[in-house]
Design a protein around this ligand. Structure first.
Ligand code: AR6
Length: 179
C-alpha cells in the first residue's frame, strides 16, 4: 500500500526491517541504547558489533527522542535509534511521545540529508501499545511532518505481522481521507 503526501511516498509493507535498503532504518530502542529484544535485537544481530560500539558513545536517549549511528553491516547506511513510550493506559502522554519518536526520527534523517527511512511499529511489541492506536498516531505524525517539510522522499513502515499490516493500512487510509 502506498500513498503520496505532498512530495513524500508513504509505503506499508509486511516484512523484516533488517533487510531494508532505505538510507536509514529506525530502531525501536530503549533509553540505554545498549540493545534489547524485538526489532532492536534483530538490528544489532544483523548489523554487527559496530552499531553497539557507536551507541555506547551516545549516552542513552530520552523517550520520544532520536539519535543516529551508522548501519554497520546492514544494507541501510544508518540506524536512527528512537525510544517509544511504554503503554500504560493512553492517558500518560503516550500519544505525544509516540508522535515525537516519528517526528524526531525524521528530523534526524533530514539533518543528515537522508531521502528514505523505514520504520517498524514502534512501541507495539514489548512496550505494549495497542496496534490500532499506535498506527493512528504514527501515520498522523508522519503525515503532519512530510506535509510541513516536503521531505524525505520515501517513508516506509515495515510491519512484522499481518495484524500490524492491517492496523497500519487502516490508519493510512484514514489519514489519506484528510487530504
Ligand atoms: N522487523 C520489523 N518489525 C519487527 C521485527 C523485525 N525484524 N522484529 C520485531 N518487530 P519491539 P517496542 C516488530 O518489542 O515495543 C526492545 O527490547 C514487533 O512485532 O521490538 O518499542 C528494546 O530494547 C512489534 O510490532 O519494540 C526496548 O526495550 C514492533 O516491531 C523494547 O523492546 C516493536 O516491537 C522496545 O519495545
Amino acid at each position: 500500500m502506498e500513498i503520496t503526501f505532498g512530495s513524500t511516498k508513504v509505503q506499508l509493507v509486511e516484512g523484516d526491517l533488517t533487510r531494508e535498503t532505505t538510507d536509514a532504518v529506525v530502531n525501536a530502542a530503549n533509553k540505554t541504547l545498549l540493545g534489547g529484544g524485538g526489532v532492536d535485537g534483530a538490528i544489532h544481530r544483523a548489523g554487527g558489533p559496530q552499531i553497539l560500539a557507536e551507541c555506547r558513545k551516545l549516552g542513552g536517549c530520552e523517550t520520544g527522542e532520536a539519535k543516529l549511528t551508522t548501519g554497520g553491516k546492514l544494507a541501510a547506511r544508518y540506524v536512527i535509534h528512537t525510544v517509544g513510550p511504554v503503554y500504560r493506559d493512553g492517558q500518560h502522554g503516550e500519544p505525544a511521545l509516540l508522535a515525537s519518536c516519528h517526528q524526531r526520527s525524521l528530523d534526524v534523517a533530514l539533518q543528515h540529508g537522508l531521502e528514505s527511512v523505514s520504520f517498524p511499529a514502534i512501541s507495539t511489541g514489548v512496550y505494549g501499545y495497542p496496534l490500532d492506536q499506535a498506527a493512528e498516531v504514527a501515520l498522523g505524525a508522519v503525515h503532519e511532518f512530510v506535509i510541513e517539510h516536503r521531505q524525505p522522499k520515501l517513508v516506509r513502515f515495515v510491519l512484522f505481522s499481518p495484524a500490524a499490516f492491517q492496523a497500519y493500512s487502516a490508519a493510512l487510509a484514514q489519514v489519506a481521507q484528510r487530504l
